[in-house]
Design a protein around this ligand. Structure first.
Ligand SMILES: [Zn+2]
Length: 290
């Protein structure tokens, strides 16, 4: 056998036996598989390269069973405002996570809620600096620097399955909230907590719908009205009022504006959210066994 033969040593897919070309083959622990077989794997597979041919065969058998169950999956509720959606079937208490709108033509992994060992909300703050231009049209930082904030919501699920152990996706869409104290943020947190209670009802209770802060809403209304009226509003005579008494030092604390309740709204509560009971709560993902 010459060098040429060695270079183009024929290899076969350990799953289907098809001859493998130089390109498109996928490495396994003990051989290679073809592209077509690899496409049948779950997108959530934990460690394909470290899997043996026998483990992959079991995985593919599971995928065949899953495919047969897809026509009977009927979502009653969907979560997610971006490209990823978690569809929940309330009759069968199972769900799929998919980024395709036409998921029925695929083979989305159907996961029973009993397999969910943890469901965490991951809120991240993103900061983008805003710039001004100087006299020569050059971009420069404001002093002090100014930032535009946005908040993304991700969900991390740990799954007790021999075939994969984690699912992670963004719940928020491209229109991310720009403050921790706005309706969009509260709505997303409500959605995330509803998802937690849906997937892990033994750990999480359904959240209270976000309340509209009446004083805040009224304040927004007044600010909007004032902006619309513009200068006229500023020049209008102020309503005459009796001068407010000067607060004595002891009263200053009480008279200062109270902190907004928004920051604390989602702090963990001791009531309403029963702590996980032993053996039921989130646990570390189990080592993979096939
Ligand atoms: Zn193959």
């Amino acid at each position: 056998m010459g060098l040429f033969d060695k270079l183009f040593d024929k290899k076969e897919c350990v799953i289907c036996g098809k001859e493998l070309g130089l390109l498109g083959k996928r490495k396994l622990e003990d051989g290679h598989m073809c592209k077509q077989c690899a496409e049948k794997l779950s997108p959530f597979i934990t460690d394909r390269r470290g899997s043996t041919a026998e483990e992959i065969r079991q995985h593919l058998a599971y995928r065949e069973d899953n495919l047969a169950r897809v026509p009977n999956f009927h979502p009653s509720r969907s979560f997610g405002f971006g490209s990823s959606k978690l569809h929940f079937d309330g009759q069968q208490n199972c769900f799929i996570l998919t980024s395709g709108s036409n998921w029925r033509s695929g083979n989305p992994d159907i996961v029973a809620i009993q397999q969910v060992t943890s469901c965490d909300i991951d809120v991240s703050e993103h900061r983008r600096e805003l710039y001004q231009t100087d006299a020569e049209g050059r971009r420069e930082s404001y002093s002090p620097p100014r930032y535009e904030l946005s908040y993304s919501f991700h969900i991390r699920l740990h799954i007790d399955s021999p075939y994969f152990d984690e699912m992670y996706f963004e719940l928020s869409g491209s229109d991310r909230p720009n403050s921790r104290d706005c309706k969009e943020y509260f709505d997303l947190m409500f959605e995330a907590q509803t998802l937690q209670a849906t997937l892990m009802p033994q750990v999480y209770s359904m959240p209270e719908p976000p309340k509209v802060d009446a004083s805040q809403a009224l304040g927004d209304l007044f600010r909007a009205a004032a902006a619309a009226v513009g200068d006229a509003a500023r020049n209008a005579p102020r309503p005459s009022k009796a001068p407010a008494p000067t607060p004595r030092p002891a009263e200053e604390e009480r008279l200062s504006p109270r902190p907004r309740s928004g920051e604390d709204r989602f702090a963990p509560k001791s009531s309403g959210r029963p702590a996980p009971r032993p053996g039921e709560g989130p646990k570390a993902p189990k080592p993979r066994e096939l």
